[in-house]
Design a binder for this molecule. Structure first.
Ligand SMILES: [Zn+2]
Length: 224
């Protein structure tokens, strides 16, 4: 994780210019980037973890703030006869353009679900038909994600908003910011943390008012 944290400053500098190539490079390296992160984790030996990454087959482009950009971790089998298998589905619409540091919070979240599914398959399976249980496992996953350095969350927020800005201007950037600051908490079964804090949202609003995206980028250059 230290190695990935070291990349953050370099990437934030890169984000000031030529971002189109940056998104393209991330997209090209997506598989390798995901593997890079997942290789840092290990799971119980008798379990097989499949990782799938794709888009949904809709006839429109899904943006990272759209409802249909979710990833999920699914229990496939958990008996001696059927084997012990979990599948992680990573939704490219929300992830593909991100750098390694920005991917970390989301991958980590799914990997906590893998751990939950392995530790208690029955409980994990039940969560899909039980709202309070579903919320509970999400809160637990978010709690663990909070333990990793906050710079990774910030990187995810910064890159996602800049990506939307580059694709379709301020209106899309605003939808991404609203997703992080207002919608995320209660989406799906709920239990998620806010993606973006009030201060970050305020800076975004100010940058939008002044039509100066650099104000927003510069804010993230200040490291505590
Ligand atoms: Zn989750």
């Amino acid at each position: 994780m230290e190695e990935f944290l070291g990349q953050v400053d370099i990437i934030r500098k890169k984000l000031e210019k030529n971002r189109i190539k940056f998104w393209e490079d991330n997209r090209k390296n997506f598989k390798r980037n995901v593997k890079n992160i997942i290789d840092n984790y290990s799971f119980q030996q008798n379990w097989k973890i499949y990782v799938v990454a794709s888009n949904f087959l809709f006839d429109r482009k899904i943006f990272p703030f759209d409802y249909d950009s979710w990833s999920s971790t699914n229990l496939i089998a958990a008996t001696k006869k059927q084997g012990f298998e979990v599948m992680i589905f990573l939704n490219k619409a929300r992830l593909e353009f991100l750098s390694v540091p920005a991917l970390i919070p989301i991958i980590e979240h799914e990997l906590v679900h893998v751990k939950q599914a392995i530790e208690s398959p029955k409980k994990y399976l039940k969560s899909i038909i039980n709202d309070s249980l579903s919320k509970k496992i999400e809160i637990e996953a978010e709690k663990e994600v909070k333990n990793i350095d906050d710079e990774f969350r910030k990187q995810w927020v910064l890159e996602s908003i800049l990506y939307c800005y580059d694709m379709s201007g301020w209106s899309f950037a605003k939808r991404m910011a609203n997703f992080f600051h207002k919608e995320m908490e209660n989406m799906y079964g709920g239990g998620y943390d806010k993606g973006m804090n009030d201060k970050e949202f305020k800076i975004f609003t100010k940058a939008m008012r002044k039509k100066d995206i650099k104000l927003f980028i510069d804010f993230f250059k200040i490291r505590p």
